[in-house]
Ligand binder design. Structure first.
Ligand code: CA
Length: 231
């Protein structure tokens, strides 16, 4: 079955170009050019991936992303941003987007990222069918079958990427994980040297868990990256 991709992009030339390239690669493509219609399409249909421009008429890409995640939609979202603006990217990631590309980008790179994301999606779906696990550490419990995180039975709401990062750290507890490895394993590829995204996500996790429950769960390993130790 063809993978279905929703493209929300108002710049007609770019949108058409992406659409043609994606169709050429064998994807089914639905194209909309404003934020509100994009949100509606995403909510109504089943998509394997969403390409989301940030600067859109009728509703910003950030808002589209926020509403989708709030409604429990977990489709992989790659933001397309015209600005090489860190705060924009961070805000998008904060709202639950999975990745971003800064325009102008090489279409080959976008296609590569789409392939990686779809492959990971397949793999994740298989894992969910197969071997969900429950991780327990200190007061924390991550139930990978229910995909639920609790601390001393308090439910903790995590975004998809926060959850994946926490799970990866727990799967590899007592190991100091370097940033490059975390990027590769959790995001699926590297950001060409931009590992800041991990620090941003660790900050989110710490504010939701460590600070909330006065524990020191995620340790910074100076010069390396991060780790969760058993004691
Ligand atoms: Ca735009």
């Amino acid at each position: 079955m063809k993978n279905k991709i929703l493209v929300i992009e108002d710049e007609v030339k770019i949108a058409r170009f992406i659409e043609l390239e994606l169709k050429y690669e064998g994807y089914e493509v639905v194209l909309v050019n404003d934020g509100r219609s994009g949100l509606e399409m995403a909510q109504e249909g089943q998509y394997d991936l969403i390409l989301l421009d940030l600067m859109l008429p009728r509703m910003s890409g950030i808002e589209v992303c926020r509403r989708l995640r709030q409604g429990g939609n977990e489709t992989h979202i790659i933001m397309l941003t015209a600005k090489d603006d860190v705060s924009d990217k961070v805000m998008g990631l904060d709202m639950g987007a999975d990745d971003y590309m800064t325009k102008p980008f090489a279409i080959e790179e976008l296609l590569a990222r789409i392939r990686v994301a779809l492959k990971r999606k397949e793999k994740t779906e298989k894992e969910v069918d197969g071997n969900g696990k429950i991780y327990k550490l200190k007061g924390l419990e991550v139930d990978d079958i229910k995909r639920q995180v609790t601390y001393n039975s308090d439910l903790i709401e995590l975004t998809k990427k926060e959850y994946e990062l926490l799970k990866y750290l727990l799967e590899n507890k007592n190991i100091a994980l370097d940033r490059e490895r975390i990027l590769e394993k959790v995001w699926g590829y590297d950001y060409y040297g931009d590992t800041n995204v991990i620090d941003v996500y660790v900050r989110y996790l710490r504010s939701k868990i460590d600070q909330q429950y006065s524990v020191e769960l995620i340790k910074t390993v100076r010069g390396v990256g991060y780790a969760i130790y058993e004691d």
